[in-house]
Design a protein around this ligand. Sequence first.
Ligand code: 6PG
Length: 256
Amino acid sequence: MRSTLIYSPEVRVYPDAVAVAEAAAEVFARAATRAVAENGRFYVALAGGSTPKAVYQLLADDEASGRRKLPWTGIEVFFGDERCVPPDHAESNFRMAHETLLARVPIPAANIHRIRGEMDPQAAAAAYEVELKRVVPSHHAMLPRLDLVLLGMGQDGHTASLFPGTPGLQETSHSVVANPGPEPASWRVTLTLPALSAASNVLFLVIGAEKAPMLRRVLQTDAAGASYPAQRVRPTAGWLRWFLDEAAASQLNART
Ligand code: 6PG
């Protein structure tokens, strides 16, 4: 009997965005502390967009207050994707993470691995793949295994910069590709599905009622089809979790 591949990630629903941010910060802190204690390094890819800002701000606030001090000298920060813009551009994922977190914690500059959004997209993707492989150990098929990847989800079911119907979704060997963005003639650099799925642990953060219709499709109605990019990140080494607020989860069937 062929087993049906059921997409059944662990889904946790929190009362509001603040609770999601606190839970995500706790996951980040525990994973980082454990990885550095056990292996000397923690390899993480940050998500872009607006949702993770609160997580990054919380981690920085906790470092300043002493509530949660992390082993930043052992933390290697990567990015799941980047818009092809300069690092000081308002749309830059690096700029967002730098302002909310990286400029506010004692992480060595050499530990921050920025996607060069100012470069030609193809060249930036190739260079980033070289850096990712130089720094992060590979465990299988030459795919670097990040300890933790933070991801968001768009209303169209995209994640990172893997948008529905774009060529980047078809990449099966490279860890990083240039991919068309949602705006006309815009480009992105993104980790690919193989690279995202090679991670030990993947944490999606989704908040807001506007994401509820797509979440229902991704997590319930169309789950077996795996037709949306966000469904196709399938880590096999560790866990896959979705942290939602009540508004985003509002169209999910009652959870048993
Ligand atoms: C980006 C992100 C993208 C984001 C989703 C959700 O570069 O924008 O990689 O995948 O996570 O679009 O964005 P929000 O968190 O802003 O809703």
